[in-house]
Design a protein around this ligand. Structure first.
Ligand SMILES: Nc1ccn([C@@H]2O[C@H](COP(=O)(O)OP(=O)(O)OP(=O)(O)O)[C@@H](O)[C@H]2O)c(=O)n1
Ligand SMILES: C[C@](O)(CO)[C@H](O)COP(=O)(O)O
Length: 400
């Protein structure tokens, strides 16, 4: 089943010009640049990329063929452009006649002035062509409709009315025949579905897409710029802070593990896991920032599988929960509170270790230490305490 997309780009863009009554300014609207890409490039790309479209033929305003060729050099599935006609219908007809030399099974006819068409809309039209010889994307009219001139003559019942978009899909042979017949009797229509209806074809309606608007007026261009700018802007985020605190008692041993670094000492630290008090405080700080319980609820001390566990596993898990929410860690800050062992000589190794565990820049990690001047349980050398803070950025719309 061969499908070719015909992109009609032969218009002047008079209504899009800023000065009313002129032609489309220095260049037709389809060659205007929207956020770095021409309108026609945006309109063609989804067809070139679509797995069910075999080739794309552009019908370009006469005299603009070279400009088109330069812009699209190297696209294998793009056919040699055709010059357009005086009206949209004439341009479509020229495209169809060019294809009739080696006729495809189906044709998708799309306005170059609709740069926001997407693969799903193309897919819906193609799906409908499995059962129908014509199918068009359309959206139910949502505004109230009036007929009139200076004054309202009547309110039109909008029930059953649709605003119609492109791409419009057709079995090739009947739409070519319909266009030829319309040309013979000089009938002019505003879209190809109307040509098909006039020729007696049934035209199926499929869901259109609100973004797939035709750029017709200067206001349409302003709206398109705003839409693209909003999409390009980084998503809004909020910064959350969490705190963590942990204590482990000294017991027999010759070393302690602090922030992932083994440090020689005349005692070890008692605990169900490796008793890394620094990483535990950091884990709780991360869980606190995303309001997701604490280290005990994720890794219950009663569960034998965490016996002697490497605490890096707890920290990595908390970081993975941040990432799963689309968040990122801004910075981590931990203070180790003890008289002994001395932390200073190991501080940078600890920062590097935490950075490795989390794939973070070491500049975002602070490790500090303090004594309690001989006061309290840390002052008496009974254990080590750690307190930590974590800042994370979470996407605003996904924050609970
Ligand atoms: N002689 C024409 C007229 C229109 N089109 C194409 O048909 C699509 C829809 O037409 P429209 O938005 O009316 O474009 P213009 O004719 O360029 O606009 P205007 O009427 O404001 O000049 C556009 O991609 C346009 O380039 C065409 O191929 N050949
Ligand atoms: C083909 C079309 O885009 C479907 O909505 C529309 O009919 C083109 O109309 P225009 O008068 O050429 O703007």
């Amino acid at each position: 089943m061969k499908t070719v997309a015909v992109i009609v780009a032969g218009g002047l863009g008079v209504r899009a010009a800023n000065i009313s009554g002129t032609t489309g300014g220095s260049e037709p609207k389809q060659f205007r640049v929207l956020a770095g890409r021409t309108v026609i490039d945006r309109a063609i790309a989804p067809f070139l990329d679509h797995p069910r479209v075999d080739a794309v033929l552009a019908v370009v305003r006469t005299g603009w063929e070279d400009r088109f060729r330069q812009a699209f050099a190297g696209s294998e599935r793009l056919l040699e452009p055709m010059p357009g006609g005086e009206t949209r219908q004439a341009s479509v007809r020229r495209g169809l006649e060019a294809l009739s030399v080696a006729p495809p099974d189906r044709v998708l006819i799309h306005d170059a002035a609709r740069p926001f068409v997407d693969a799903q809309t193309i897919g819906r039209v193609l799906d409908a062509l499995d059962d129908h010889s014509a199918a068009i994307p359309a959206l139910p009219v949502t505004d109230t409709l009036k007929r009139g001139d200076k004054f309202v003559e009547e309110t039109v019942d909008r029930k059953g009315l649709y605003a119609v978009q492109t791409p419009q899909g057709f079995a090739f042979t009947p739409i070519l025949a319909a266009h030829r017949a319309a040309c013979e009797v000089d009938r002019e229509f505003t879209d190809d579905a109307a040509v098909a209806e006039w020729a007696g074809l049934d035209v199926a309606l499929v869901a259109g897409d609100g973004r797939n608007r035709k750029l017709t007026t200067p206001e349409d261009f302003d709206m398109a710029e705003l839409l693209l700018a909003a999409e390009a802007a980084p998503p809004p985020v909020e910064t959350r802070t969490g705190t963590g605190y942990d204590v482990h008692r000294f017991g027999p041993g010759e070393a302690v593990v602090l922030c992932g670094v083994p440090v020689r000492h005349d005692h070890g630290l008692l605990g169900h896991s490796d008793a890394d008090v620094g990483l535990h405080a950091l884990t709780d700080a991360l869980l606190g920032a995303i309001a997701d319980g604490d280290i005990g609820s994720h890794f219950p001390p009663s569960d034998p599988q965490w016996k002697a566990a490497d605490s890096a596993l707890f920290l990595r898990h908390a970081a993975s929960l941040v990432r799963r929410r689309g968040g990122r860690i801004v910075n981590l800050d931990v203070t180790l509170i003890c008289e002994q062992p001395k932390v200073g000589p190991h501080r940078d190794a600890m920062r590097r270790r935490i950075a490795e565990f989390l794939d973070l820049d070491v500049g975002r990690i602070a490790v500090k230490a303090t004594t309690t001047e001989g006061l309290g349980f840390t002052g008496r050398g009974e254990g080590i305490a750690a307190q930590a803070t974590a800042s994370v950025e979470l996407p605003l719309e996904r924050s609970p």
